[in-house]
Design a protein around this ligand. Structure first.
Ligand SMILES: [Zn+2]
Length: 100
């Protein structure tokens, strides 16, 4: 799941302040879910492509017993949120550990 793209789709390509034109819409369930997602999203967010690019290194460090959550917190954070990348990480890990 690509949070950034999801949000961009909802808001348009650029972030803009919601115009308070007097109409106060009821916060829908969708909106509440989105706010929850937003609050879980950090300012610096990696895309799946960026994570894929770092995943080799991330996996190697993890295999060496390094604390990857501290070394590459953004990758770890993305893996926590993204099923696709977590799946990829699993595969890489199994290859790496399997070959060791
Ligand atoms: Zn991802």
């Amino acid at each position: 799941m690509k949070i950034k793209q999801f949000i961009q789709r909802l808001f348009g390509s650029k972030q803009r302040k919601p115009s308070s034109g007097g109409t106060s819409a009821n916060p829908s369930e969708k909106m509440q879910k989105m706010m929850a997602m937003l609050s879980a999203t950090r300012e610096e967010e990696l895309t799946c492509d960026e994570v894929f690019a770092l995943l080799d290194q991330f996996t190697e460090l993890a295999a060496q017993g390094e604390d990857v959550a501290k070394l590459m917190p953004l990758v770890q954070h993305h893996l926590d949120m993204c099923d696709d990348c977590r799946e990829e990480y699993k595969v890489l890990k199994s290859i790496l550990y399997g070959a060791a």
